[in-house]
Structure formats: structure tokens, C-alpha cells
Design a protein around this ligand. Structure first.
Ligand SMILES: Cc1cc2nc3c(=O)[nH]c(=O)nc-3n(C[C@H](O)[C@H](O)[C@H](O)COP(=O)(O)O)c2cc1C
Length: 186
């Protein structure tokens, strides 16, 4: 069921770092993005797979995880993502390209989720570090998707009084408040 998959597909930020992802599996996620809609069918987005340990170690410090969790310094070494997909294009983001980006990223994460892999879209990153990992020199990075086998529980809850900040509960589970339907439908 698509609805169940969408609910299961949360942003995961703590992974089992000992569990690697194969290049073939990562390619299958991008194959899914290949068939998504694209404004004017321009298909300007490009994808870079990063799954070698050394390269992942270089990327990790360039990423900002979970801005609302002020006390948390990010995943521990044993919890780090196993792989990354960098999404880029030759041009800066315009409206159509930003929409393409979101659709492609969600397709990657849904396909990953179906395979038992979790991930997180990351827009907060040091661009020069990420750009250096893209084999083609004329690309501008727009998003990094961190991927791995999840090592955390993510709980959805209805937000109260418009408080949308995610938090960790007493069990150290990650809780994500979502606005109730009657606040969304106008
Ligand atoms: C466009 C976009 C940018 C995001 N950037 C970051 C980021 O830089 N770092 C991070 O930890 N999470 C990032 N996220 C994940 C969001 O924080 C997450 O989607 C939100 O907390 C809701 O959780 P959920 O995805 O489980 O519903 C981003 C998500 C989106 C859609």
C-alpha cells in the first residue's frame, strides 16, 4: 500500500554503520527517480553515489543533522549513514527544478524504504565539500540523501497547538509532530 509506505518512510538519522549498501542497490533507487515527473520533462538532475568508506568519512562532517535537536551532535561513529546520494544539476535551483528535486528525492527514499533502507534528505551542508565528490566539475549540489539501515525508531504524532518541532522522547525515540488533517484542508 502506498499510504503505508509513505508513513513508514520517515527521516532516519541513526543507522547501523556496520551494514553496507551495495552499489547495485543504490542504483536501483536512482532508477526509480529516473521515472518521476519533471517540469517540461527537462530532466536536469544528476545523481552521484557515494558508498566507499573513505569518501563517506569525508562527506559526513559537511552535513548538518536535525537542527531542532540542539543537544545532539549528530550520529555516533557506529550510527553513521552507510552511503549517500548527491543530487545536483548544472544550474542553480529554479522553481521547476526545486519541484523536480523534491519528487526525485522522495522517489529514492520510498524505493529505499521498500527495501528496508532508511534515509534523510539533507539540504544543510557545506557545498564545497559536497561539490568535490561529484565527478563532473560543472555540477551544483542541491541535496544529499543519507542512507543506511535504520537504528532508531521514529514515531509520528499529531502536533498540538502548531508545535512542529521534532524531539526525542524518554526512550530516545525520535518523535515527529504532523499537523492534523483539519488544519491542512482549507
Ligand atoms: C527539503 C528538505 C530539506 C531537509 N534538510 C534536512 C537537513 O539539512 N538535515 C536534517 O537532519 N534533516 C533535513 N530534512 C528532514 C526534515 O527535517 C524532516 O523531513 C522533518 O523533520 C519531518 O520528518 P519526517 O521526514 O520523518 O516526516 C529535510 C527535509 C526536506 C524535505
Amino acid at each position: 500500500m502506498v499510504f503505508e509506505l509513505i508513513k513508514k518512510n520517515r527521516s532516519y538519522r541513526r543507522f547501523d554503520a556496520s551494514h553496507e549498501l551495495s552499489y547495485e542497490l543504490l542504483t536501483s533507487f536512482i532508477e526509480s527517480a529516473r521515472f518521476t515527473p519533471s517540469g517540461a520533462n527537462l530532466q536536469r538532475l544528476r545523481f552521484t553515489i557515494v558508498n566507499e568508506k573513505l569518501a563517506c568519512d569525508e562527506i559526513f562532517p559537511a552535513l548538518k543533522f536535525a537542527g531542532y535537536l540542539k543537544e545532539w551532535t549528530g550520529p555516533a561513529v557506529s550510527e553513521r549513514p552507510a552511503s549517500y546520494v548527491i543530487i545536483s544539476s548544472e544550474s542553480e535551483l529554479d522553481t521547476l527544478l526545486a519541484i523536480d528535486l523534491g519528487i526525485a528525492a522522495e522517489a529514492i527514499l520510498l524505493t529505499a524504504c521498500e527495501a528496508g533502507v532508511g534515509g534523510c534528505m539533507i539540504r544543510s551542508f557545506a557545498p564545497e565539500v559536497i561539490k568535490a565528490r561529484i565527478p563532473s566539475g560543472n555540477q551544483i549540489p542541491h541535496m544529499v540523501i543519507a542512507l543506511g539501515y535504520p537504528a532508531e525508531k521514529v514515531i509520528l504524532t499529531d502536533s498540538k497547538s502548531g508545535d512542529i518541532k521534532y524531539y526525542r522522547d524518554e526512550n530516545d525515540d525520535h518523535v515527529v509532530p504532523k499537523l492534523p488533517l483539519d488544519e491542512l484542508i482549507l
